[in-house]
Design a protein around this ligand. Structure first.
Ligand code: HEC
Length: 108
């Protein structure tokens, strides 16, 4: 599993997602993404993101994961699990921004 994370991160670096600048996300879109996080992601991860059908998305729990890995999980989902791909609704830079918010702790 550790190896997979390193591989995925390397692939993301190769595809350029890591160069994304969160400042490019318009504040209004940031508010929309945080709303989505609470209401849509929250339906599985818990309203306070402390876990439900999906695991908790608190800063503490996500500490071992890189932002790139989390962003990839958001856009591609986890095939074979209930975690759906959000690519139709969330762009790569937006997923990267959202992953950064989760790493910082959205509820703290
Ligand atoms: C239908 C339920 C469902 C919804 C909705 C959902 N998730 Fe998930 N999510 C899951 C499950 C289940 C997992 C665990 C997958 C696994 O077993 O690897 C997961 C895993 C994750 C992970 C990786 C966490 C880890 O510990 O590996 C992240 C990050 C994540 N989801 C973010 C989101 C975000 C952001 C949204 C909203 C845009 C969202 N999820 C919406 C079910 C959901």
């Amino acid at each position: 599993m550790k190896k997979n994370i390193a591989l995925i991160t390397a692939l993301l670096i190769a595809t350029g997602i890591c160069t994304v600048n969160a400042a490019e996300i318009h504040p209004q879109r940031q508010a929309e993404l945080l709303y989505l996080l609470k209401h849509d992601c929250g339906s599985c991860h818990g309203m306070r993101l402390e876990g439900g059908l999906g695991p908790a998305l608190t800063a503490k729990r996500l500490a071992p994961y890189g932002i790139e890995f989390l962003a990839l999980t958001i856009v591609q989902g986890r095939p074979g699990t209930p975690m759906p791909p959000w690519r139709p609704f969330i762009t790569d830079p937006e997923a990267y921004w959202l992953a950064g918010q989760l790493k910082q702790g959205v509820n703290q």
